[in-house]
Design a protein around this ligand. Structure first.
Ligand SMILES: Nc1ncnc2c1ncn2[C@@H]1O[C@H](COP(=O)(O)OP(=O)(O)OP(=O)(O)O)[C@@H](O)[C@H]1O
Ligand SMILES: [Mg+2]
Length: 258
């Protein structure tokens, strides 16, 4: 992606070094902005599409802060003819993969952050991420050829996108247990500082959704980064009495379409 600083951001960004952050997979550019004697900032740049994903992300982060959940303060959202630029405050610490805290601390902080988020009244959340909407988007992505089968998890490898969709439909839950969900609750999207949760990042899919949207992705990420033995302690700390294995599988399949 070619970066041409929009005129509206020239004075804000003058003197900053743009240091690429490469952990994400969406193709968005993520940069840490550093300058002597000035606050470190974060920048996300995406190609302009009909979805306006970064605008959606900025709205969601601003809403999270307004209801008392830790998330970066949005400083600027600028549209150019072909890109969106989102400049935000840098949260302290490191994400829950890169953090040097022990797995026990990571699991405890991630469980608490999600339990707190999920205890918000969903009726007050203006963003609809319920299943009907997600399934429609998944189908659109299949039709548009935007599903990356090369990126499927090992247990879905070798399937085409329509085949996986069909397999997923057979597991579709009858009931949605709606909470305010982050929507992409993998460990890199939780920030930790000094052993405590310091905020959510990557909030573009936050909204009213089943709690398993988050539990499923968090469990998968914990298994991948910390080991399978940490999944049960995570679910216990979150406060889940019984685990719905079918929903865990369903929401992990659904995530493959995004
Ligand atoms: N405001 C912020 N403060 C501190 N660190 C941040 C901030 N925003 C992003 N990061 C760091 O950059 C990493 C990548 O950012 P982010 O998760 O938003 O991008 P991504 O995963 O590429 O997103 P997408 O899903 O849009 O591709 C995060 O895991 C986190 O370590
Ligand atoms: Mg991310």
């Amino acid at each position: 992606m070619v970066l041409r600083i929009p005129s509206g951001l020239e004075s804000t960004l003058r003197g900053y070094d743009l240091i690429p952050d490469t952990i994400g997979r969406s193709g968005d550019g993520v940069y840490r902005l550093e300058a002597a004697c000035r606050p470190t900032l974060f920048l996300k740049v995406s190609e302009r599409t009909h979805e306006n994903r970064l605008v959606a992300e900025a709205h969601r982060m601003a809403w999270l802060s307004s209801v008392g959940i830790l998330a970066p303060r949005i400083l600027h959202i600028v549209e150019t003819i072909d890109q969106h630029w989102l400049v935000m405050e840098c949260l302290p610490g490191a994400n829950a993969v890169l953090s040097t805290e022990s797995p026990a601390v990571k699991v405890q902080q991630v469980a608490k952050a999600l339990a707190d988020l999920h205890s918000l009244p969903p009726a007050d959340c203006p963003f609809d991420e319920t299943l009907a909407i997600k399934l429609e988007r998944a189908k659109q992505n299949i039709r548009a050829g935007e599903v990356d089968v090369e990126d499927f998890d090992h247990d879905h490898r070798g399937m085409t996108a329509p085949e996986l969709y069909c397999a997923m439909e057979s597991l579709q839950p009858e009931h949605e247990d709606i909470v305010v969900a982050h929507g992409d609750a993998s460990l890199p999207n939780f920030m930790l500082d000094g052993g405590a949760f310091s905020g959510f990042v990557d909030c573009g899919r936050l909204g009213r959704s089943d709690r398993y949207q988050d539990l499923s992705l968090a469990c998968h990420s914990i298994e991948y980064s910390l080991g399978a033995d940490w999944v049960a302690p995570f679910l216990r700390l979150y406060g889940l009495a019984t685990v719905d294995e079918q929903k865990l599988r369903f929401y992990r399949m659904l995530d493959e379409f995004f």
